[in-house]
Design a binder for this molecule. Structure first.
Ligand code: C5P
Length: 238
């Protein structure tokens, strides 16, 4: 199958550009930039190179997802979102656990120019890890409550585990965005992610945007990995 067959689906991939190596970061931007819909700049790149990382990723009109997961008092988050808006990012993350006033401050500062995505529970946290954190009880219920909170605060969507996407989609119809990390191709290694799903499972559950890092960036053969994921996505019965 020709790679162009998967174009529409590849637009729904956000590649996580997580690396401490500036040259590698630039190579990923030029390679993935024309092939996927969104480039995600995370903490590792931003803490090293600051706004220059966003500017490089966003050159030539590419959509940038700035994933800094803000979690602070509302006034500080408001200022940080305003700064991110000036950088021209398309998507920005905050922690839903920061509460309603913080989420509302983020949405207000975004002025409709940046899609605020609320992180529900980080996907590396399984129930034993949550128990240690004194967050006992079913994770899905917590995720649903926090997603509802985010929607009512005006967030554009949430970042959630693909395993929770179906329930969230039932409670939060489109255009509320469901963005899912923890994507692993069939038979791939999960790494430190716990609650994972394949690209097809995530799409079937209602995900709009799939965040994919290592399965693409660390693949021995990037083109083959992207083709395989694109093929899995386009073979999904939606
Ligand atoms: O390499 P991998 O595919 O696991 O990368 C997933 C990306 O998604 C990382 O950049 C990580 O920071 C991000 N992410 C996540 N879980 C969340 C939110 C973001 O894994 N809940």
């Amino acid at each position: 199958m020709d790679e162009s067959d998967h174009t529409e689906f590849r637009r729904r991939i956000a590649v996580a550009l997580d690396t401490p190596d500036r040259e590698q970061f630039r190579r990923w931007i030029s390679w993935f930039g024309p092939r996927v819909g969104v480039l995600k700049v995370g903490l590792e790149a931003f803490v090293r190179w600051g706004p220059a990382a966003v500017e490089e990723a966003g050159a030539q009109g590419r959509a940038v997802f700035l994933d800094l997961k803000f979690h602070d008092i509302p006034n500080t988050v408001r200022g940080a979102v305003r700064s991110a808006r000036k950088l021209g990012v398309r998507y920005l993350t905050v922690h839903a656990g920061g509460g309603q006033a913080m989420l509302e401050a983020a949405v207000d500062a975004a002025q409709g120019e940046v899609a605020i995505l609320a992180v529900t529970l980080l996907t590396h946290l399984d129930e034993p890890a949550l128990k240690v954190l004194d967050l006992e009880g079913p994770a899905p219920r917590r995720v649903e409550n926090w997603a509802t909170l985010a929607r009512r605060a005006g967030c554009a969507g949430v970042v959630c585990s693909p395993l929770e996407a179906a329930a969230l989609r039932r409670a939060n119809p489109a255009p509320f965005l469901l963005v899912t990390p923890g994507i692993r191709s069939v038979a791939a290694e999960a790494g430190d992610q716990r609650r994972t799903a394949t690209p097809s499972e995530a799409l079937r559950a209602g995900a709009d945007l799939l965040v994919i890092g290592r399965p693409l960036t660390r693949a021995q053969d990037r083109q083959a990995a992207l083709d395989r994921i694109g093929a899995e996505m386009s073979a999904t019965d939606l």
